[in-house]
Design a protein around this ligand. Structure first.
Ligand SMILES: N[C@@H](CCC(=O)N[C@@H](CSC=O)C(=O)NCC(=O)O)C(=O)O
Length: 277
């Protein structure tokens, strides 16, 4: 692992690191915030999965999460959203290929050799972080924005017992029925739509739900509402009687101004679950 930068931040350290990834077959970069408490022992860890076009950097610099994580003594990890570089497949469109990994393991060429983001987030990066930093692998929660909200919800419902809590900001909530989903799931997983269902949080919610609390915030003036399909997830949460809340936030759009506005509440929500373990 290589240290790219480390900066003092709210009494802790905001770092950026890179490592050779066997899973994605190349170098991957991630951000990690460690609160002051990590100088004395292992701390709980909150994963933040970012959306389309993002790197590890967008949320790290724009979501305002470190202040609240420091207040609760929680680490934050900001992974990249895809493999990158020469020799890694890409597409001219912003919503496919590099910056748009969709948190799935691609089974189709040309994506299959590198686009293994599910295993990267679920298996490899947790091992790297646990091995190198003072985080507690038994106390993890997950959140994300848009494509990252989709990733957070699908990972949490598919890996029971892994995360104490899950939240999402304006998640892509029903990708099997949306142009933010059908195109990408078709490209990465192939034309058999049965294989897509494991990556649709509304379908997973109806099928099994999450064994813990769920918090979803959605801007009511989001410019991507037709693509996100929040009503499918809201309906599924109600039908499942899922513990948690789905909140429509009047006047908010899809931007990081929205994410940063509600970040304090999301970090507090996760802190309550993590410290109850
Ligand atoms: N370029 C596209 C939309 C890009 C966009 O809005 N990306 C969002 C996530 S959207 C779903 O995953 C984002 O987080 N952007 C980065 C940021 O720092 O704001 C277009 O303009 O239509």
């Amino acid at each position: 692992m290589e240290t790219i930068s480390e900066n003092r931040c709210f009494g802790g350290v905001q770092g950026v690191y890179s490592h050779d990834s066997a899973v994605t077959g190349g170098k991957m970069t991630f951000g990690l915030f460690l609160p002051e408490e990590a100088e004395h022992g292992s701390v709980p860890l909150l994963w933040y999965l970012s959306g389309l076009t993002c790197t590890h950097e967008n949320a790290m610099t724009k979501a305002g999460a470190q202040a609240w994580a420091a207040e609760h003594g929680i680490a934050l990890c900001f992974p990249d959203t895809s493999p990158r570089g020469e020799g890694v497949a890409n597409d001219d469109a912003y919503d496919l290929g590099q910056g748009a990994g969709f948190y799935v393991n691609a089974t189709q060429d040309p994506w299959k050799p590198h686009f293994q983001m599910w295993d990267y987030i679920a298996e490899e990066l947790p091992r790297v972080v646990d091995h190198n930093f003072a985080v507690d692998p038994d106390r993890q929660s997950i959140t994300g924005h848009s494509m990252g909200g989709h990733g957070a919800l699908t990972l949490a419902m598919s890996l029971p017992g892994r995360y104490a809590s899950v939240s999402a900001f304006s998640p892509i909530a029903n990708p099997t029925q949306s142009d933010w989903g059908r195109k990408q799931l078709g490209a990465y997983l192939g034309s058999d739509e049965e294989a897509w269902k494991a990556h649709d949080s509304s379908l997973l919610m109806l099928d099994r739900g999450f064994d813990g609390s769920v918090l979803v915030d959605q801007g009511a003036s989001d410019q991507f509402l037709e693509l996100l399909k929040p009503e499918a997830l809201a309906h599924a949460m109600a039908a499942r009687r899922q513990d948690g809340a789905f909140r429509m936030q009047k006047g908010y759009d899809h931007s990081y101004f929205f994410v940063s506005t509600f970040m304090e509440e999301h970090v507090a929500f996760h802190a309550e679950a993590l410290y109850a373990l």
